[in-house]
Ligand binder design. Structure first.
Ligand code: GLY
Length: 430
């Protein structure tokens, strides 16, 4: 098969790594890719949002499957364009990608179909949003309706903070058109969990559990990021909790999307809060989590490629996935100093070969490029995902940090406590 992956981050590196290992993969391309992906795939000078160029390449090069990593091209209709051109695609239509593209759509769907989530209001007028916030009090969550590159959510601990978030989105236009409408919802107390399933329009196949760390600094302190690390399995996701998530959230969501005439195909990433009342939807995402994808790929025993094809072809009913059940995986994100704020670009990274010598360690690139001399340079905020397998989360954590410590990148930083919840639980249960 000839495969084209869309995207340029650590998630796409992990997908390329898994696809390249498939005996079914004859040629692998990535648009646009990065320096790490270039070791697995032919990287193309095509941006992930250049829909015309992607469709043109796929047709010209007889691509058998396009795997779309990020949400923005899906919300913009890439899957629809590819299907119309007769190219098989892993990823939802624009109508189905509204689950992530419009927070208001997702909340209304939950309300209509009785899927547990926080109480909320939708607003197109700042004054109405503010009145709702004053009436509800804090803590309260203010979300831009549209895609805001992971920055559109404010968890406000005071009413003033929530009012300022409304002004930032609707007055100052901090998120452009994505913030012209807001969802204001009740703050949920509990532990966050990322739940993933492949969905073929009708059938859902849950993947292994994972948890990420969104705060920039140790102790879950500091500004929100795209994710500073992840691990799998997530011990909070007991078999009983998984049964509830599947029965109360995943299956009703898949049925609801079909009933709405927006059958969902692709990977569905449900951000959950595990509350005292049970699991509730925080948000839906129409893509793999990043860096959750990296740890899932490290634990996947089966060939990924046939599962992606079965998802696209509506054949998940006959698909089964095997995992390295007795192994955990953990990924530490190395980011440029200053991220998620301003940071320096093009700083040099050395020592990756030595760091990746341990056979349990794989380093996925999230934001790298090579200069004319072949030196590795940091090109983004999140730059490397140092990922390791081990017999427990604690063992994977130790291996990942041993590798981190061998990387020579003075302008980078990482959290030193990725996986702390799982490691604590492992210690408690012996
Ligand atoms: N790690 C969270 C996300 O991908 O949205």
């Amino acid at each position: 098969m000839r495969i084209l992956v869309i995207g340029s981050g650590g998630r796409e590196h992990a997908l390329c790594w898994a696809i390249a290992a498939s005996p079914l993969c004859e040629a692998l391309f990535c648009a646009p890719g990065n320096a790490g992906i270039a070791e697995e795939a032919d990287c193309l000078d095509i941006a992930a949002d250049d829909l015309d160029a992607i469709v043109g390449f796929a047709e010209r090069e007889s691509i058998d499957l396009v795997v779309v990593g990020p949400e923005a091209p899906l919300v913009a209709g890439l899957a629809d364009r590819l299907e119309a051109a007769g190219v098989r695609v892993f990823g939802p239509s624009a109508a189905a990608a509204a689950l992530e593209g419009s927070k208001g759509f997702a909340k209304d769907l939950c309300r209509k179909y009785g899927i547990p989530t926080a109480a909320y209001g939708r607003f197109t007028e700042a004054e109405a949003a503010k009145a709702y916030i004053r009436a509800q009090g804090a803590p309260i969550v203010v979300k831009a309706d549209g895609l805001a590159a992971g920055k559109g959510v404010t968890v406000a601990h005071t009413v003033e903070e929530a009012l300022a978030a409304v002004d930032a989105a609707m007055g100052a236009g901090a998120f452009g058109a994505a913030g012209a409408e807001l969802v204001v919802e009740a703050f949920m107390e509990g532990e966050e969990l990322s739940f993933f399933a492949l969905v073929d329009g009708e059938v859902a196949l849950p993947l292994a559990s994972a948890q990420d760390h969104k705060a920039a600094y140790d102790g879950d302190q500091g500004p929100n990021t795209g994710g500073m690390g992840a691990y799998s399995p997530a011990p909070v996701c007991t078999p009983e909790l998984e049964r509830r998530i599947v029965a109360e959230i995943l299956e009703p969501t898949v049925k609801a999307m079909a009933a709405e005439g927006r059958p969902y195909k692709g990977v569905l990433f449900i951000g959950l809060m595990v509350t005292d009342e049970g699991p509730k939807v925080v948000e839906y995402n129409v893509r793999f989590g990043d860096p959750e994808c990296q740890v899932l790929m490290m634990r996947l025993k089966s060939d990924l490629l046939p599962a992606l094809v079965a998802t696209a072809d509506g054949l998940l009913k006959t698909t089964d996935l095997r995992w390295w059940d007795d192994e955990a995986a953990l990924s530490v994100v190395m980011a440029a100093e200053g991220y998620p704020g301003a940071y320096e670009k093009n700083t040099e990274i050395r020592g990756l070969e030595a760091a990746a010598e341990d056979p349990d360690v794989t380093i996925f690139h999230a934001g790298t490029g090579r200069d004319a001399d072949g030196a590795l340079r940091a090109t983004g905020g999140r730059v490397l995902n140092v990922t390791a397998r081990g017999a427990s989360v604690a063992a994977a954590q130790a291996a990942a940090y041993r590798a981190v410590d061998r990387i020579d990148w003075p302008q980078g930083f990482c959290r030193r406590d990725i996986g702390w919840r799982a490691v604590t639980r492992e210690q408690e249960t012996g």
